[in-house]
Write a protein that binds this ligand. Structure first.
Ligand code: DX5
Ligand code: ZN
Length: 228
């Protein structure tokens, strides 16, 4: 089923709760709960036990979410050989697919980004805390979103690394200098306080797992992140 898709720009503040922190026994209901609480996008963390030291879920779960909700699906692939699995995530209903720039992801980054866009999907590029901003520069003209990891990927509930804000600022400067329009996303350790720091640095898409799904009042938690 295809749903009408809103046009999001980097001037929109977008809150994307991460399904990783939800109750996996009830993914559809948990997604509905997030949407009713004010989520703009759903962030879906795919981990393969190889690129990162954890295994989460794959295309079947994403398809289950897609079939019951019309929310924008932001798929974060923390997997090796993302190019090999692309078709399955596209078919599952991804609206954005973000791949990693690190050599451990074992793919031709430019070719993967191009293949994502050729399929009519938005393309994101992620960099780990240990990866310098320079690594993504050759690809910034060909992406819809830059994902600056603010924790070492693999697990939810870790502490936000404020030092990563220099990369967010570099992303903003590059975007302005080159007349580009990519979103800048931060992922890891985002709550009301850290959202303020990331927003000030120039990030407009805020991923939040534990601080949203784990909150006693998810609506209040999302509102606080949005207003931060
Ligand atoms: C980390 C994932 C994140 C994670 C964030 O590997 O990419 O999306 O779910 O979780 P919190 O918000 O709990 O740090
Ligand atoms: Zn993520």
């Amino acid at each position: 089923m295809t749903w009408p898709v809103k046009k999001w720009t980097f001037q929109d503040r977008i809150i994307a709760p991460s399904l990783l922190a939800a109750d996996f026994g009830r993914v559809a209901e948990e997604t509905t709960r997030a949407i009713n609480a004010g989520a703009d996008w759903m962030h879906l963390d795919v981990m393969d036990g190889n690129f990162v030291d954890n295994i989460s879920f794959g295309p079947a779960v994403i398809q289950a979410v897609h079939e019951t909700n019309d929310v924008f699906l932001d798929v974060h692939l923390m997997i090796a050989r993302p190019d090999h699995y692309l078709a399955r995530f596209l078919k599952a209903g991804a609206d954005m697919i973000t791949v990693h720039v690190e050599p451990e992801a074992q793919h031709d980054v430019a070719a993967t980004l191009q293949a994502i866009r050729a399929a009519g999907c938005k393309a994101g590029l992620a960099l780990n805390p240990a990866t310098p901003f320079e690594a993504v520069v050759p690809f910034l003209g060909d992406i819809d979103m830059l994902l600056v990891m603010t924790v070492v990927p693999g697990f939810g509930g870790q502490s936000f690394m404020e030092e990563m804000m220099t990369k967010v600022e570099a992303g903003v400067a590059h975007r302005t200098e080159n007349g580009l329009t990519y979103h800048i996303q931060v992922d890891g350790g985002i709550g009301a306080e850290t959202a303020m720091i990331a927003g000030k640095a120039g990030a407009n898409v805020l991923v939040a797992g534990s601080s949203t799904f784990g909150a006693p009042d998810m609506k209040a938690a999302i509102r606080q992140i949005r207003e931060a």
